[in-house]
Design a protein around this ligand. Structure first.
Ligand code: 5AD
Length: 353
């Protein structure tokens, strides 16, 4: 079968079998990759036009109880200055973001035990009161169903929790023994049941990842049908056990954006900071491959360096909330613009089959 036909089948049926996916992920035929990218871009534009949604990212704390082998803020990294923003600082970031035009805030941070759940709940309640027209997204790792329910009641709308890899053995290679893929998937199910718009995703090119793993990930995403799909290349962080491993690539990351866009036409797909870190053109290449969201950093500038998940993490220029003009100018060069709305998932447009 012609490889281009696979792209057409994916676009028409929103699914491929494992062998077909593996073929698309491994082909060296630039024409096929280019066609995949163009079809994904066309579908993204049918759904969302040439507007790119913004999310203001607030890095709440780099304190983390987990010890993920890839992550710069893992518990056993002694070279990190640990910080936690005060509630006042969080509100300050939101205030500044609101003035700049943001209508979605993402609170992301290391994972804490449930004992600090109320602290987060109070911040979410405050945000909900003060910015009733804004979407509140949390990205704070694994918690009990009760804690997720509490935060939802306080007004959180969305939750990001990447599954990182859907292969249990690969998951075990990237995470400490006390973590499991099963628990991660349980959390994702709870979040969905509780009515969050849910985001999941992976690191592309993480150590030990094979094409078969990527196929499993894509099939899982197609079947779980998250509202948002966050995919970024793995980038080594020098103080971690995986610090000497090769980085993921722009090509594989953008290829996955395109495949996911054709599988889930309405998905919200950020062109991630990790992709922008790998290459100066990464952000725009992601959008041209079918992404429709960017997440500029709204964290206090003096703390950003301490949220170093990986080496060289971009946090200035078009990555930063202050750099919105630069971002807008970059988007214009490829015929896109910022969409200033809350940017909710377009769930009515695409009926599951
Ligand atoms: N390279 C790329 N992405 C990373 N993350 C954590 N560490 C790294 C790294 N070294 C990603 C994980 C996590 C998200 C918040 O950041 O996928 O879910």
């Amino acid at each position: 079968m012609l490889m281009k036909t696979l792209v057409d089948i994916l676009e028409a049926n929103h699914r491929l079998d494992n062998d077909q996916l593996a073929a698309l992920l491994t082909t060296n035929d630039h024409q096929v990759v280019g066609y995949l990218c163009r079809r994904a871009r066309a579908v993204a534009q049918e759904q969302y036009g040439t507007g790119i949604y913004l999310r203001g990212l607030i890095e709440l704390s780099n304190v983390c109880r987990n010890d993920c082998l890839y992550c710069g803020i893992r518990r056993s990294n002694r070279h990190v200055d640990r910080y936690t923003l005060t509630p006042e600082q969080v509100m300050g970031c939101c205030e500044q973001g609101y003035q700049l035009g943001f209508r979605t805030f993402v609170l992301q941070g290391g994972e804490w035990g449930d004992e600090r759940a109320q602290w987060v709940a109070d911040i979410v309640s405050d945000m909900r009161r003060r910015w009733s027209d804004c979407a509140i997204t949390l990205s704070l790792g694994e918690h009990s169903r009760e804690v997720y329910a509490l935060w939802r009641q306080c007004g959180a709308d969305r939750y990001l929790l990447r599954h990182e890899t859907h292969n249990a053995a690969h998951y075990a290679r990237l995470h400490p023994a006390e973590m499991s893929l099963a628990q991660r998937l349980q959390c994702l199910d709870w979040l969905k049941e509780l009515g969050y718009q849910v985001g999941t995703g992976i690191m592309v090119g993480s150590p030990g990842q094979t094409i078969a793993h990527l196929v499993e990930d894509v099939q899982f995403i197609g079947q779980f049908r998250p509202h948002m799909v966050g995919l970024g290349p793995f980038i080594a962080q020098h103080d971690t056990p995986l610090g000497d491993q090769p980085n993921g690539t722009v090509d594989m990351t953008t290829r996955l954006y395109s495949i996911i866009r054709l599988m889930l036409p309405t998905a919200l797909i950020p062109s991630t900071t990790a992709l922008a870190t790998l290459s100066p053109q990464g952000r725009l290449q992601g959008i041209l491959a079918g992404a429709n969201v960017v997440m500029p950093n709204l964290s206090p500038a003096d703390q950003r360096a301490n949220y170093a998940l990986y080496d060289g993490k971009a946090s200035a220029g078009a990555e930063a909330a202050e750099g919105l003009r630069q971002l807008e100018a970059q988007l214009h060069t490829i015929g896109y613009h910022i969409d200033w709305s809350r940017g909710d998932h377009n769930s009515s447009a695409f009926a599951p089959h």
